[in-house]
Ligand binder design. Structure first.
Ligand code: AMP
Length: 281
């Protein structure tokens, strides 16, 4: 596996592949890789000739009181995992390599960036759009792979690509879960054993919503209340939001059928998110 740490190196590497007529895929990550990330890698490998995985803990998508410093980092382990998967290239720039000290232009995510995660994490999606746009400019991928785990991020990145005419196809990939339903996340490493057990409450609330909608429940309010009740019954969890939303516009759904159920909660000090497609009405 090749490793690029500078913008020049990654540009050169991709240029050579392009000259050979290769189809290029990008999988952007913040490292601390798990099976969720590796599922994106495998999806990329199935559809491209050169797969680039970026590992960059992007400071601009963290709020001032968030976990940028504490975010888990283990580059040697990540590179070994990617190499074992047969990844062609890892792009692992440092912060200074990505952002000039006087950088000032950012990408405005628009109104989709103000709701749900954006309301709880002001500036988060501006940071996400800016780094994704920079990675697209550097790697110029034909395809880019994102997880449905960060559902709002996936919708916003697709919107950015459409609105700013990036010549890339964004591919969304299903959520990979632990044996007990907890969505895999680098932040799960923060959980104590007790919190880890309690953390399944997000998945349990989503399953509760799915069961209700499967059984013919159409009321958005009723299903949202059921999700809230599930989380409130878990003493270690505190709910941020639980909602049924339109899967494209992200506004609250008109009916429960076909909506996306989204949930965010703190378990101990760790903020977790999850989501699930509701069956059609
Ligand atoms: P992150 O390193 O958390 O920024 O995630 C990098 C990419 O992996 C994003 O597109 C995430 O949505 C995706 N991802 C993270 N966790 C999962 C998961 N459990 N299943 C599928 N994709 C995931």
């Amino acid at each position: 596996m090749e490793q690029a740490v500078s913008k020049e190196e990654i540009r050169q590497l991709v240029l050579e592949a392009r000259r050979e007529g290769k189809r290029v895929a990008l999988v952007p990550t913040m490292g601390a890789l798990h099976e969720g990330h590796l599922s994106l890698v495998r999806a990329a490998q199935a559809r491209a000739d050169l797969v680039v995985v970026s590992i960059f803990v992007n400071p601009t998508q963290f709020g001032p009181s968030e976990d940028f410093e504490a975010y888990p980092r283990d580059l040697a382990r990540d590179l070994a995992l990617l190499s074992a998967e047969g990844v062609d290239a890892a792009f692992t720039p440092g912060t200074e390599a990505m952002y000039a000290p006087d950088a000032q232009v950012t990408v405005d995510p628009g109104p989709l960036g103000d709701v749900w995660e954006g309301a709880s994490r002001p500036g988060h999606f501006r940071g996400v759009c800016t780094i994704v746009a920079k990675l697209f400019a550097l790697v110029a991928p034909d395809l880019a792979f994102f997880g449905e785990k960060d559902y709002q991020q996936l919708v916003i990145v697709k919107r950015m690509v459409a609105d700013l005419d990036f010549p890339v196809k964004v591919v969304g990939c299903p959520i990979v879960r632990e044996y007990d339903g907890l969505a895999m996340s680098s932040r799960n490493a923060y959980l104590s054993a007790e919190e880890r057990a309690a953390a399944t409450v997000l998945y349990r609330a989503l399953r509760e919503a799915e069961t209700l909608v499967c059984g013919g429940e159409t009321s958005v309010e009723y299903v949202e209340q059921a999700m809230r009740d599930t989380v409130e019954a878990e003493p270690l969890a505190s709910l941020d939001y639980a909602a049924l939303i339109d899967p494209h516009t992200l506004v609250r759904a008109a009916g429960a059928g076909g909506a996306r159920a989204i949930i965010a909660a703190r378990v101990g000090a760790t903020r977790l998110i999850d989501n699930m497609a509701m069956p059609s009405a």
